[in-house]
Design a protein around this ligand. Structure first.
Ligand SMILES: O=C(O)CCC(=O)C(=O)O
Ligand SMILES: [Fe+2]
Length: 325
């Protein structure tokens, strides 16, 4: 077999963590957090047929005419459809990221219910059920299953940080969990020309759970070089976000990543998990070591500023004022 061409990205040697082996999982996660900030999980308890149904429904939604999708255009609460001109996250981009998305949050909160005044707590918006029968039900079922998984994994994170397993629970009482199902458009990325599936960024929250349709494209950079994250069937790709990076004083890395895609379309779906709006993120007691490296931050402020920056990125691209996100 030929060695890869010198300029071709290598495959990132990410660990595969088996969640059915809880005792080892926390230790493996601690190592993954300190090196790549990314890993796969298997035996995670989310039914593979549910993952596939999610992709079928997402395909059906994205296949709708643009005019129908725009009827559920993303609102101020970051719910709904984002078209292929919505986001640009990398200042090196020359065109918007080549993807469209659909965003929903879990849990939903009815108007007037306790918590409904908090950011991103409200009701999701959905396309007409006749247009994509089952879309709402399937995505909701998928969110419920992955949110449940997130609660389990957050306990492992606590253990990996030498904290009691329920340490983070009070911080996630009003967790801010966003689902984004994504459709990367046909056409090969040209990173050298500023054309990405998704430009380089870090995730903003605590932890992200990603599935893809088996099409490669995700790349990470923790060494200064871009490396491919190969699709692994029946796994979730898990990575840590900025909030956990800061909470852990840099022990749990929030690693830069991007999507550089082949010619064909690609579908992926992420659950972004962040703590309650009032969570104050400051160096954890087990991570103080040589002193806290980051100023404390409030989850709501951080998240809202990032969503705003994303919503404004179309204008920033046109004005030449894009900033890293
Ligand atoms: O689609 C992917 O593989 C990654 C998407 C991603 O990084 C994101 O939406 O934050
Ligand atoms: Fe990301």
């Amino acid at each position: 077999m030929c060695p890869p061409h010198a300029s071709e990205p290598q495959q990132a040697p990410l660990p595969i963590i088996d969640l059915s082996d809880g005792a080892r999982a926390a230790a493996l996660m601690r190592d993954a957090a300190a090196s790549h900030g990314f890993f796969y999980i298997v035996n995670h308890g989310v039914d593979s047929t549910l993952v596939q149904r999610q992709f079928e429904q997402s395909r059906a939604f994205f296949a709708l005419p643009e005019a129908e999708k725009n009827k559920v255009e993303a609102n101020e609460q970051a719910r709904g459809y984002t078209s292929s001109t919505y986001q640009t996250v990398d200042p090196k981009s020359t065109v918007p990221d080549a993807l469209e998305g659909f965003w929903a949050w879990i849990p939903e909160v009815q108007p007037g219910e306790p918590g409904s005044e908090l950011p991103y707590k409200g009701l999701n918006i959905w396309p007409d059920a006749d247009l994509v029968p089952g879309f709402r039900e399937t995505l909701t079922e998928y969110m419920v299953a992955t949110e449940k998984l997130s609660r389990r994994v957050i306990k492992l994170v606590a253990q990996a940080l030498d904290l009691p397993e329920d340490y983070f629970e009070p911080f996630f009482r009003h967790a801010q969990n966003q689902l984004r199902t994504m459709h990367y458009l046909k056409g090969k990325s040209e990173p050298e020309n500023g054309k990405f599936g998704a430009g380089q960024h870090t995730d903003w929250g605590f932890i992200t759970f990603l599935v893809d349709d088996g099409t490669p494209g995700l790349q990470l950079n923790y060494t200064g070089e871009w490396e491919d994250v190969k699709p692994v069937p029946n796994s979730f790709i898990v990575n840590f976000g900025d909030m956990l990076n800061e909470w852990s004083n840099g022990k749990f890395k929030s690693t830069k990543h991007r999507v550089v895609k082949p010619e064909k379309e690609r579908y992926s779906c992420a659950l972004f998990v962040a703590p309650s709006p009032d969570a104050r993120i400051e160096c954890l007691p087990t991570c103080v070591n040589g002193g806290a490296k980051y100023e404390p931050l409030l989850a709501s402020q951080y998240l809202e500023s990032k969503y705003k920056q994303l919503a404004d990125s179309k204008k920033a691209l046109a004005d030449g004022t894009l900033k890293p996100i």
